[in-house]
Design a protein around this ligand. Structure first.
Ligand SMILES: Nc1ncnc2c1ncn2[C@@H]1O[C@H](COP(=O)(O)OP(=O)(O)OP(=O)(O)O)[C@@H](O)[C@H]1O
Ligand SMILES: [Mg+2]
Length: 163
């Protein structure tokens, strides 16, 4: 038996669901948030959740669900004119949810403020990133990758999650 590779550590999940409404997308996020509340996967540094998808696909909506699952009382709003918002998850544990919206970042210089090492390196952080394609140099290899795609009808979305 090969014991050098722990199957637990290298386990990959691929989940694909069809969401018929914002409510279902939020619920999906809530389930993920609940899981993360129970147990944070062991990674070096922060747990990064990357959310890809066109404008209005539902990235913020999904993060609102994650926040609810994590037990946040405050309502998550889109950080549109801010690059990042920070929410305390549990005061005692110093755990925080960092919500980054990189949409407006055009150059590496614009992203300089996010280069504070603590944001991405602190194991107490869950960092949810909208528009990760704008800050590839800051994204880690070990992330939860979520992609949301529009479906055939107005409210339909496909949510693809890889961990
Ligand atoms: N199945 C669905 N899942 C998520 N959102 C949906 C769905 N159907 C409709 N919506 C609506 O689509 C919009 C998604 O907005 P949201 O701000 O979450 O998108 P976003 O991906 O964060 O956009 P942006 O790139 O501008 O930040 C909301 O108005 C939401 O109610
Ligand atoms: Mg958004």
């Amino acid at each position: 038996m090969n014991t050098s590779k722990s199957p637990k550590r290298h386990r990959l999940f691929n989940i694909r669901i069809k969401s018929p409404s914002a409510k279902v997308t939020k619920k999906f996020g809530e389930t993920l948030g609940l899981e993360l509340r129970k147990k944070i996967p062991k990674v070096n540094g922060a747990l990064v959740i990357s959310l890809r998808g066109e404008l209005g696909s539902g990235k913020t909506t999904l993060i609102q669900g994650i926040a609810r699952g994590l037990g946040l009382k405050r309502h998550i709003v889109s950080p549109t004119f801010l690059l990042m918002r920070v929410y305390a998850i549990a005061k005692k544990q110093k755990r925080k949810l960092l919500h980054i919206d990189a949409y407006r970042i055009a150059t590496k210089k614009d992203a300089a403020i996010l280069e504070n090492k603590d944001f991405f390196n602190n194991p107490a952080h869950i960092v949810a990133v909208e528009w990760p394609e704008r800050i590839p140099h800051l994204m880690r290899k070990r992330t939860i990758e979520i992609t949301i795609k529009h479906g055939t009808s107005e409210h339909e979305r496909s949510i693809i999650m890889k961990t």
